[in-house]
Design a protein around this ligand. Structure first.
Ligand SMILES: Nc1ncnc2c1ncn2[C@@H]1O[C@H](COP(=O)(O)OP(=O)(O)OP(=O)(O)O)[C@@H](O)[C@H]1O
Length: 571
């Protein structure tokens, strides 16, 4: 986890030395108090000598603490840097489909705030745990040395503490396991409630949105139950500290009364015992604080152990640049019972335009996803550029593809920078040319700061159709040999539509185009149409005329589309 493990050793040794010095300073209380009470030397040193030793130990402890804190911070920063890099590397190796999982949603929170908390383990928890444990050990050894009876008392206190600490951390963990899952559900419901306000208000359900109120009730009930367990855990650890103090004082007092201990050493020992128990309770606090980071570390573990996309070390030699082929592909989404694609075979020659058509939910988008290797298929092969996608590096595959889907994401940057994402080294003329073709110039002319206008996070400042135009401009600029395009059905006004048609025509000239088509003109103009049925099977493929002549499902689909779009036009 740390890039420089050699830093760990000085950090641990440093914390142990701090503990050793603090333990010695506490143990030195015994002879100091005895020297004070008996007004004579103890082990050849008078009170002044012992006070000097205490003073030196205090200064030493201060200096060592400072050095140890610095070392611990260096380890914590190194740990954070290494974790950021590890998470980044791991995320980069995941198939694109991985980001659809709930874990991906938690990723940004993890990388920003939660990793900082993980860093605190080394900055504030691990070092103190080591130094306090060492200090406790030194006190016990000193007590044995001073008086075996006192050493025995302190030694017995340790397993009691350990047992109670384990029990209370177990209770804390159990409590959290009860209330955290419903809290996560509640957070998701709140986000859903905020995001779907339009739909909720139009159904007049703002006051009574059952999923949210149910999640609230469940979270409240779970929190109450979980808090009970957590409170018992906290109480237990607090009570045991007090209990051990009382037992230590009682036993020491009894030994003094019985004459087994001199009164003065007994008094000094009670002072030492008080410090000892506070050291033990500090250890408990550190252990509990570490325990509180466990879910975070588990979450990190999920990310760090996710299976990366297997890929070769070097790019393959493409045998058919620009071509795409699916050979008998069957694919099931993770966790889904039925396959989304079944025995799909299709060939897309380089430079051609293939339209994917079919009912909603049939699997058209899934075809585009398996071509882009969002997921690896269950069986069959997907070839891009003549080579199976599994035999290409991610960089090589992505270099051949431009994807223009409906959910276009724009970066929180200027309009121009968002087009330039297509190819960072493009000249200004190339950027403007691609933008003109895709109709982005009209958008720039309308915006207050033209090309320099910030489009907002995700492209909030632009409409859906405008965002898609920017994505098409990116694809034009990238000049990738293969373009996967989901033709938007919604948010297209006449201006948008004519721009997109013109841009698609240009894309056809420079690339192979696989288009999820919804418009009659696009479908009829394609070199080949692949009709996918509701079960994710290829129902028919061929040219528009060939498929119409068969008079099968495609012909019925076409006539339905024709009448639907005709109805739109006449109205
Ligand atoms: N990320 C996903 N996880 C699980 N199942 C999915 C996922 N995406 C799509 N599906 C399922 O796979 C099937 C095919 O979906 P797909 O989006 O490919 O259809 P489509 O033909 O593109 O539909 P549309 O035209 O409505 O966009 C559907 O049953 C859908 O519910």
């Amino acid at each position: 986890m740390v890039s420089r493990p050699e830093n760990m050793r000085p950090a641990i040794v440093g914390s142990m030395i701090v503990g050793l010095v603090e333990g010695c300073a506490l143990a030195a209380l015994l002879p100091t108090v005895t020297a004070l009470a008996e007004d004579g030397p103890v082990w050849g040193l008078g009170l002044a000598g012992w006070l000097w030793i205490l003073g030196i130990l205090a200064v030493l402890s201060f200096g060592l603490n400072y050095l140890s804190e610095r070392t611990n911070y260096a380890v914590a920063l190194d740990f954070l840097r290494s974790l950021h890099r590890l998470v980044g590397d791991q995320v980069a190796k995941q198939p694109l489909g991985w980001f659809a999982r709930p874990i991906a949603g938690a990723l940004s929170r993890m990388v920003s705030s939660e990793l900082m908390s993980a860093g605190e383990i080394f900055a504030h928890m691990f070092g103190p745990l080591v130094s306090r444990s060492t200090a406790a050990f030194v006190i016990i050894v000193a007590a044995w040395f001073w008086d075996p009876a006192l050493g025995a008392i302190l030694t017995v206190a340790v397993p009691v503490f350990v047992f109670i600490t384990l029990a209370s951390t177990a209770l804390l963990r159990r409590g959290r396991a009860i209330h955290e899952p419903p809290e996560v559900t509640l957070a998701n419901r709140i986000v859903e409630y905020a995001q779907c306000q339009g739909a909720i208000r139009s159904c007049d359900r703002s006051d009574d949105y059952r999923p949210l109120s149910q999640a609230l009730d469940e979270a409240r009930a779970a929190k109450t139950k979980g808090l009970w367990l957590e409170s018992v855990g906290m109480l237990l650890s607090g009570m045991v500290t007090q209990g051990v103090v009382v037992v230590l004082i009682t036993v020491t007092g009894t030994l003094a009364v019985d004459g087994a201990l001199e009164p003065i050493p007994a008094m000094a020992f009670i002072g030492l015992a008080l410090r000892f128990t506070s050291t033990l309770s500090a250890i408990t606090s550190s252990a509990m604080a570490l325990e509180s980071r466990r879910p975070l570390l588990d979450g990190l573990d999920d990310v760090l152990t996710a299976t990366p996309l297997p890929e070769p070390g070097a790019p393959a030699t493409l045998t058919a640049p620009g071509a795409v082929e699916l050979e008998n592909v069957t694919f099931t989404y993770p966790g889904k019972p039925a396959p989304a694609l079944q025995n799909v075979s299709m060939t897309v020659p380089a430079g051609s335009m293939v339209a994917l058509v079919g009912p909603s939910g049939g699997g058209k988008t899934t075809v585009a996803r398996v071509i882009s290797r969002f997921y690896d298929v269950d069986s069959g092969r997907v070839l891009v550029g003549g080579v199976p996608v599994t035999e290409q590096t991610t960089e090589q595959l992505m270099g051949q593809l431009s994807m223009v889907f409906q959910d276009v994401y724009l970066f929180d940057d200027t309009l121009e920078a968002n087009v330039r994402v297509g190819r960072a080294d493009a000249t200004d003329e190339e950027v403007r040319e691609a933008a003109d073709l895709a109709g982005v110039r009209e958008i720039a002319e309308r915006l207050p700061e033209g090309w320099g206008t910030q489009v907002g996070e995700g492209g909030r400042g632009l409409s859906g159709g405008e965002r898609q135009r920017v994505a098409i401009a990116r694809a034009l600029l990238k000049k990738a040999p293969i373009v996967l395009l989901d033709e938007a059905t919604s948010a297209l006004d006449i201006e948008n539509e004519s721009n997109i048609i013109a841009a698609v025509e240009r894309l056809r000239e420079q690339a192979t185009v696989i288009i999820i088509a919804h418009r009659l003109a696009t479908i009829a103009g394609a070199d080949k149409i692949v009709a996918i049925d509701a079960d994710g099977r290829v129902e028919a493929q061929g040219t528009h005329e060939e498929l119409l002549a068969v008079d099968g499902t495609y012909a019925r689909f076409w006539h339905r589309l024709e009448s639907a779009q005709g109805w739109q036009l006449t109205n």
